[in-house]
Design a protein around this ligand. Structure first.
Ligand code: AP5
Length: 215
């Protein structure tokens, strides 16, 4: 099963993709996670991507498409996947379609997780993570036992630099301008499914699994 999860920043793509990939036995590939890891390690890709990410802008298409091409060539995606955060522009969606076609493959479903801007701002202003083990927390939805400290290893929790409110507002604008047009792209290809993204984590997982499993 080859899936694309679409939706604005903070819509729950990463949270849900992680749980569902495990349940249906496919790989979860988040371009945001790969880029953050590259920034942390100071790789060439990370150095090129950092300034765009911190401003809430998209990293140039050629860098991202090159990264996905490498993943496809490595065979990591051979047993199915959920793409989270890619594609994010129409040229990226076209490049993905063409790359897959060359390998006699295709996307099965593109699922849009629909969430309001107010909910996005609320979720992202409450998001914290552990820089040591990467565990995610959210105030007040998923609090650590001791405020500001990771339950697993006692590390001080941090916020993503792009979760500051002014950057989140820019990310929402970028989403509307550059990413929302791919909804139409997948609609025209008869691959689009829409899921309401507000409610408990379990409710949204159940909605997504229903869409994934139906013919
Ligand atoms: P990326 O990491 O992909 O950021 P994003 O899409 O903005 O995604 P987020 O991680 O903020 O949101 P999400 O939808 O995954 O939500 P999550 O599950 O985390 O990209 C970061 C940057 O990298 C981009 O701005 C860009 O610069 C660059 N980039 C990445 N891919 C690119 C590409 N293809 N092209 C160009 N540039 C690219 O949830 C958010 C929070 O809400 C969490 O705290 C979670 O616990 C909480 N939450 C989730 N669900 C619920 C719920 N139901 N109720 C309450 N809280 C919830």
């Amino acid at each position: 099963m080859n899936l694309v999860f679409l939706g604005p920043p903070g819509s729950g793509k990463g949270t849900q993709a992680k749980v569902i990939a495990e349940q249906i036995g496919v790989l979860h590939l988040s371009t945001g996670d790969v880029l953050r890891d590259s920034v942390k390690k100071g790789t060439e890709l990370g150095k090129k991507a950092q300034k765009y990410m911190e401003a809430g802008e998209l990293v140039p298409d050629d860098l991202i498409v090159g990264m996905i091409e490498e993943k496809l060539a490595s065979g990591e995606l051979d047993n199915g996947y959920i793409l989270d955060g890619f594609p994010r522009t129409v040229p990226q969606a076209e490049a993905l379609r063409d790359m897959l076609k060359r390998n006699d493959s295709a996307i099965d479903k593109a699922i849009l997780i629909d969430v309001s801007d107010e909910e996005v701002i609320k979720r992202l202003s409450g998001r914290f993570f552990c820089p040591t083990c990467n565990a995610g927390y959210n105030y007040p939805a998923k609090m650590p036992k001791q405020e500001g400290i990771c339950d697993n290893d006692g590390t001080k929790l941090q916020r993503r630099p792009d979760d500051e409110e002014d950057v989140v507002r820019n990310r929402l604008e970028v989403y509307q301008r550059q990413t929302a047009p791919i909804i139409d792209f997948y609609q025209k290809a008869s691959l689009l499914h829409k899921v309401a993204g507000e409610g408990s984590l379990q409710e949204i997982t159940a909605r997504l699994l229903k869409v994934i499993k139906e013919n």
